[in-house]
Design a protein around this ligand. Structure first.
Ligand code: ATP
Ligand code: MG
Length: 383
């Protein structure tokens, strides 16, 4: 998978720019607050269907405009494709595939695949379980579009069930039959979704072990498992998972009524991450968290390749600068066969790497890098 070019019009601080990317390593560099992450955000918008950091789509529209646009040409093993997005202030954003409007955002997910790694992902090890579930949800969605539909249905049923649990005893009487139906639906969907997650986590565990082993020269052994209250002996059977989720819902109704919320199901599950048999949530150092989260992201790329036959594009936002030289070299040597788009404040860390496409950004514009020993570095501007 390759992102060949992206064109922005009134997108964040970029008024109008077309950026071309090459195979291998592309480094977008420049000072703080110039638009480096905005470019990655725009690319990733086409992989995930929404921004990885904006709370509302409207934040993506340039301050001086009422509408923002982005258009990307990508290449997959099926050939070249174009995806576009129009983000108006007054209505919802709309995606286009080869200039044709698509009905729902979810339809474009999977066309262009990318793995994003940004500083907030370091929290994947220690932050709350919702961060780890989100990691799984985004990764699996890109590979299996049906997963997004199942998750949306699950959330809708969950909301309805919670509304009943919040009712007074008197009010609830009329809804008891429906509550049972919802419990049954949640248990079935939980089993289906958990099954896909378990399947994914097994692959993740395999690849993380491998990457981590190489990165730390065998000093540290990770272990990753899916963690659910519905865990049982025959963990893998869909029927038994469903029965477990259902019995948890049935047997704990009093507790759920007290809290006014559904307390069991895949919205409460988690990933158990261990290093040398110790829970990484409580015992891992900063460096271990960084290495683990990077290994998880690289593994996400491997699993995507196994499933689709090609590597996704890797988008690394300002993360390599914090690694020590050995680790940075290891990562760069491992990813150079894929397309990688990296942001950094300085280009010096990449000067020794061969065939890097350097892109300098200043105030939302591509331009010649500032004077360096009396010479302008000209890399992105064609004469
Ligand atoms: P850093 O190195 O600090 O991460 P960066 O180059 O990645 O910096 P970005 O996050 O890409 O910076 O861009 C930030 C800039 O974009 C800020 O100056 C911000 O004010 C500007 N910006 C953000 N949203 C908009 C918008 N909707 N319209 C115009 N400018 C915006
Ligand atoms: Mg940034």
């Amino acid at each position: 998978m390759k992102c060949k070019e992206i064109e922005f019009t009134f997108f964040r601080n970029i008024e109008s720019e077309k950026i071309e990317f090459k195979d291998g390593i592309n480094v977008i560099y420049g000072e703080n607050a110039q638009g480096k992450t905005n470019i990655l955000e725009g690319i990733y918008l086409f992989a995930r269907g929404k921004s990885f950091r904006a709370f509302k789509d409207k934040e993506l529209i340039n301050f001086n405009s009422n509408v923002g646009y982005a258009r990307m040409v990508y290449e997959s093993k099926n050939g070249e494709g174009e995806l576009g997005v129009e983000i108006p202030k007054s209505s919802n954003k709309r995606f286009y595939r080869n200039k044709n409007k698509v009905g729902r955002t979810s339809e474009i997910i999977g066309d262009f695949r990318a793995v994003l790694f940004c500083p907030s992902h370091l929290g994947i090890i220690k932050d709350s379980p919702s961060v780890r579930r989100k990691f799984l949800d985004i990764a699996i969605s890109q590979l299996r579009p049906i997963y997004i539909k199942m998750l949306a249905k699950y959330n809708a049923v969950l909301e309805n069930r919670n509304a009943i649990l919040k009712m007074s005893d008197e009010e609830r009487k009329a809804y008891e039959g429906i509550l049972e139906v919802y419990s049954e639906e949640l248990a079935t969907l939980s089993a289906d979704i958990a099954n896909m997650r378990i399947d994914y986590v097994k692959k993740l565990d395999f690849w993380v072990k491998r990457y981590f082993n190489e990165m730390t020269e065998g000093k540290e052994a990770p272990n990753i498992e899916y963690e659910t209250n519905a865990e049982g002996e025959d963990f893998n059977s869909r029927e038994s998972l469903k029965e477990k989720y259902l019995s948890l819902l049935k047997n704990n109704l009093d507790r759920e009524l007290k809290y006014g919320a559904t307390l069991y199901g895949i919205h409460k599950d988690d990933l158990k991450i261990e290093l040398n048999k110790k829970d990484a949530r409580f015992y891992s150092s900063q460096g271990q968290q960084r290495s683990l989260s990077l290994a998880m992201k690289l593994s996400e790329g491997e699993i995507s390749k196994e499933a689709t036959g090609e590597y996704p594009v890797f988008l690394l936002d300002d993360v390599l600068s914090e690694l020590d030289e050995n680790r940075r070299k290891y990562i760069l040597s491992n990813i150079k066969k894929r397309q990688v788009i990296i942001t950094a404040c300085e280009r010096t860390a990449f000067n020794e790497v061969e065939n890097v496409n350097f892109i300098y950004v200043s105030d939302g514009k591509l331009c010649n890098a500032p004077l360096n020993n009396g010479e302008e570095i000209k890399e992105n501007i064609e004469e």
